[in-house]
Design a protein around this ligand. Structure first.
Ligand SMILES: O=C(O)/C=C/C(=O)CC(=O)C(=O)O
Ligand code: MG
Length: 215
């Protein structure tokens, strides 16, 4: 395993998991998946604290999705689930910002979600979290507030597919590399944002972040 220090500048490809919490699948009227649903965001989607989330031009329904992010520590190709946690370099809190109106249109037409999920500023991210700060990623409180009001409050124990299963599954199809970010899906409570909203989000008492929404 490479040294952890190199992952403090994570920022490589972003692999996202959809519908990984039953209640979130239900709130959008979707069936519970029998295998992970995956999509990608470009690296240009990343922003860190101090940078604003920009509502993309023409989007009328920008939603927040708070998610546990897993930072990949070493190259993973076709790894067994029993070995998968060795490939975790650390963690981060991530927001999978979603243009829900564009996603709905794409779903209706059978088109990809790339614009709805991959626009600039669609991946606000916390600082890197050392692996030992989250000894059990399957039991972490995850929350998000908008203007001080709680909108999402969940726990990663409710994920349908575990971190180990996700790494193993994804690595059967494409290689995960050091610095890649895996966003593991959002719990229920996604909602519409407007310009000027202030988002606060956190993983238990390990990390919290704040981002402002701008038009
Ligand atoms: O299928 C939908 O309508 C929406 C799914 C998502 O946006 C999936 C996620 O990104 C998620 O569950 O975190
Ligand atoms: Mg998501």
């Amino acid at each position: 395993m490479a040294k952890l220090a190199q992952f403090k500048d994570f920022g490589k490809k972003i692999v996202c998991v959809g519908r990984n919490y039953r209640e979130h699948a239900a709130e959008l009227g979707n069936p519970v998946p029998s295998k992970p649903i995956l999509f990608l965001k470009p690296t240009t989607a990343y922003i860190s604290e101090g940078q604003a989330i920009k509502i993309p031009k023409g989007c009328t329904d920008l939603n927040h999705e708070v998610e546990l992010g897993v930072v990949i520590g070493s190259r993973a190709t076709n790894v067994q689930e029993s070995e998968a946690m060795k490939y975790v370099g650390g963690y981060a809190l991530g927001l999978d910002m979603t243009a829900r109106d564009w996603q709905a249109e794409a779903k209706k037409n059978g088109h990809p979600w790339s614009l709805a999920k991959g626009f600039d500023t669609s991946c606000p991210i916390s600082a890197f979290i050392e692996k030992d700060k989250i000894p059990n990623p399957e039991n972490v409180d995850i929350w998000l507030k908008v203007n001080g009001e709680t909108r999402q409050s969940g726990n990663t124990k409710d994920m349908i597919f575990s971190v180990a299963h996700l790494i193993s599954y994804i690595s059967q199809f494409f290689t995960l590399e050091p610095g890649d970010l895996l966003l593991t899906g959002t719990p229920a409570g996604v909602s519409k944002l407007k310009s000027g909203d202030i988002i606060q989000a956190g993983l238990g008492d390990v990390v919290n972040v704040q981002f402002t929404v701008q038009s």
